[in-house]
Design a protein around this ligand. Sequence first.
Ligand SMILES: CC(C)(COP(=O)(O)OP(=O)(O)OC[C@H]1O[C@@H](n2cnc3c(N)ncnc32)[C@H](O)[C@@H]1OP(=O)(O)O)[C@@H](O)C(=O)NCCC(=O)NCCS
Length: 227
Amino acid sequence: VGSGGTLLGRVLPDAVAVAERTDDPPEAEAGMFDAEREAVARAVPRRQAEYRTVRYCAREALGRLGFGPVPILSGPKREPLWPDGVVGSLTHCAGFRGAAVARAGSVLGVGVDAEPHLALPEGVLERVAEHPGERAGLAALSGRDPDVHWDRVLFCAKEAVYKVWYPLARRWLGFEDAWMTLAPDGGFHARLLVPGPIVQGRELTALDGRWVVADGLILAAVTLLPG
Ligand SMILES: CC(C)(COP(=O)(O)OP(=O)(O)OC[C@H]1O[C@@H](n2cnc3c(N)ncnc32)[C@H](O)[C@@H]1OP(=O)(O)O)[C@@H](O)C(=O)NCCC(=O)NCCS
């Protein structure tokens, strides 16, 4: 499958096909399906642009798995709806749009998130990292590497956790429902503090992922592999 040279490829295994953009190419419009156009017809131009481009990326990534172009609509909780036999995740932020997809036989679930590499707005961290232990972990990391906005890395990792969680559990997961530990080497571990879905006969109790800071962005991804 491969993903050479991409930011998403730095946080995802080879079994996951990725495509990403830092601009909104005009050709993304031509590839849109009517149902997708309808879904964002009343959205502001910025939202229409990210919606179009991320789906352009998703179709490119699906193509690498051997799938032809299909519409990518959204479920009732805004989750992207993939063709049968596919798992995947989408993300967009200022200056980045990315899609990650895999065959459901080789990957059970994937969640990706991109954020600008900037400190979180005042007051947000307290909501995102409710557990004092999580905030103490961030303080230690800041002491070690003050150039990384660890608060935003934590936020980004939790969003990636939610995006892999939701399609498996089909229920809400709050920021307080996962205890996140970031590792300075680009890993993270989320201990789930609420009952998890049964995946391959076992309750899901934790999720592991990877993060990277590059090109003014933070990328985080969680991949749940079988076995
Ligand atoms: C859903 C959420 C994670 C999206 O993250 P975001 O940083 O705001 O936005 P991004 O651009 O990175 O991602 C948006 C994409 O996420 C995907 N997404 C939205 N809801 C989703 C869901 N329930 N499950 C899986 N993916 C979802 C969609 O593909 C969406 O893009 P689209 O509308 O163009 O299809 C966020 O808005 C949210 O609700 N967070 C609260 C829940 C949470 O993070 N809990 C932490 C648990 S530890």
